[in-house]
Design a binder for this molecule. Structure first.
Ligand SMILES: [Zn+2]
Length: 131
């Protein structure tokens, strides 16, 4: 995404086919998503466009991925967002009241990140970790 000029009218990086403003932008605006699958997709989009705030605010404070050093974390998200976020494939979504799982494949640069992620719901949904 980094080589193109990204705007609210661009196609959403999550691959929905919708414009960003009609898709993940809705969740980025409120730092929250209505379920774990939307959270997964919107976190992928947030990485793709370098929205560090969204990643931070949707990572559970008890997650092993929650960085204590906020500035370092922001820097590493911004650095990661320079990658080429080619495609996100949702393989499985297991929804629940307080806990949900999303298995996905993220095609980034020349590799595929395959993970089954655990999400927990408190006052809103959070990413916890890969299982
Ligand atoms: Zn989207």
């Amino acid at each position: 995404m980094h080589i193109m000029k990204f705007s609210k009218n661009s196609k959403c990086p999550c691959g929905s086919g919708k414009k960003y403003k009609d898709c993940c932008y809705k969740w980025h605006k409120i730092n929250s998503a209505p379920n774990a699958m939307f959270l997964m997709k919107s976190r992928y989009s947030a990485y793709a466009i370098g929205n560090a705030e969204y990643i931070i605010k949707t990572t559970h404070p008890n997650s092993p991925h929650f960085e204590k050093n906020r500035n370092e974390w922001i820097k590493s998200i911004k650095e990661f967002s320079k990658s080429d976020f080619k495609k996100l494939e949702i393989i499985e979504f297991i929804d629940g009241e307080k806990e949900a799982f999303v298995e996905f494949k993220a095609y980034i640069d020349d590799y595929v990140m395959h993970e089954k992620s655990r999400f927990v719901k408190e006052e809103k949904w959070y990413y916890m970790k890969g299982i």
